[in-house]
Write a protein that binds this ligand. Structure first.
Ligand code: NAP
Length: 288
């Protein structure tokens, strides 16, 4: 293996510990701690695990837990009522609606009920628009975490060829915009891209968020590239990503493992966003 393995777990621990210190300072200054409301509708096992992890990490960092769990049969009005209550509650600094929601609910309509200043997943139209315009706002946690990993490992972005595989509103699109904001030359691939491997081979920085296990092999990677694997798939042999890690590590310069790469940073960024949201709601400028 030639690639350096990016230790997302270690960086996430550092980030969470910094956020915990800042939460303690916030509490000392204001007499209350910021609150995070995770909203889970239904009993999807993967969503249940993700929400538990987020709540545990938030609790460990000193945030107040406003978790709400609704049955999978909840109507859109019932979910909307909960979101509106949380939106109006000044003790709730951040609201996260765990996606996907059950099929009978319109998640876009529900996300639209989250005030932009409490939208710690960065999914509302306002925050997506601010990102598209290159203006400050709350950024989606997974791509924000990828940017931290790239920076911590000193990956040059200005003028670099960056290829993002996937264009979801949660990962691919904001990822491409964050890289563009840092002056990378960005190409976005999707399910209709012709010759994916050829496009990916251009990349100095390759971020893969397609949701297809092992989609990217060594033939799709430029020697020395930084390869970030966002995919998460639970198989018989544990977790794996969208990248064939063993084969790609022979070619890449840097690579994220699965698990222990992007996943832990996503939670760390959720905590950082919640603190930023609380700080902005107090009319204070967030720490850089
Ligand atoms: P998604 O909404 O399903 O989007 C997948 C994207 O990949 C789509 O834009 C799709 O293209 C594209 N795609 C599908 N097949 C492709 C192919 N053969 N070639 C090129 N592009 C292809 O998924 P997502 O929410 O972005 O998540 C992607 C993966 O990341 C999943 O495995 C998810 O579990 C994981 N994830 C991990 C974290 C984390 O914290 N580590 C966070 C979020 C998501 P079209 O638009 O044309 O359909």
């Amino acid at each position: 293996m030639s690639a350096t393995i990016i230790d997302g777990a270690a960086l996430a621990r550092e980030s969470r510990s910094e956020t915990a210190d800042r939460v303690a300072k916030f509490r000392a200054a204001h007499g209350w701690a910021p609150g995070l409301a995770t909203v889970l509708v239904g009993d999807d096992p993967a969503s249940d695990v993700y929400v538990r992890r987020k709540r545990k990490a938030a609790d460990a960092a000193g945030f107040v837990d406003f978790h709400r769990h609704l049955p999978g049969s909840a109507s859109e009005t019932e979910v909307a009522v909960v979101l509106e209550e949380l939106a109006a509650d000044p003790a709730v600094s951040g609201i996260l609606l765990q996606l996907p929601t059950p099929g009978h609910l319109d998640s876009d309509e529900l996300v639209a009920l989250i005030p932009a200043e409490k939208d710690v997943d960065g999914l509302t139209t306002l925050n997506a628009g601010l990102l598209a315009q290159g203006r400050p706002g709350l950024r989606p946690c997974t791509p924000a975490g990828v940017m931290v990993l790239l920076d911590e490992y000193d990956v040059p972005l200005g003028g670099a060829e960056a290829v993002v595989v996937g264009r979801s509103p949660l990962v691919g699109k904001p990822m491409a915009q964050l890289l563009l904001a840092r002056n990378a030359t960005v190409t976005t691939c999707h399910s209709r891209t012709r010759d994916l491997a050829e496009v990916c081979r251009r990349a100095d920085v390759l971020v893969v968020a397609a949701g297809i296990p092992g989609l990217i092999g060594a033939d799709a990677v430029k020697p020395g590239a930084a390869v970030i694997d966002v995919g998460i798939h639970r198989g018989e042999n544990g977790l794996r990503g969208d990248v064939d890690t063993a084969a790609v590590a022979e070619v890449a310069g840097l690579i994220t493992p699965v698990p222990g790469g992007v996943g832990p940073m996503t939670i760390a960024m959720l905590l950082a966003n919640t603190l930023t949201a609380a700080t902005v709601q107090q009319g204070l400028r967030p720490a850089a």
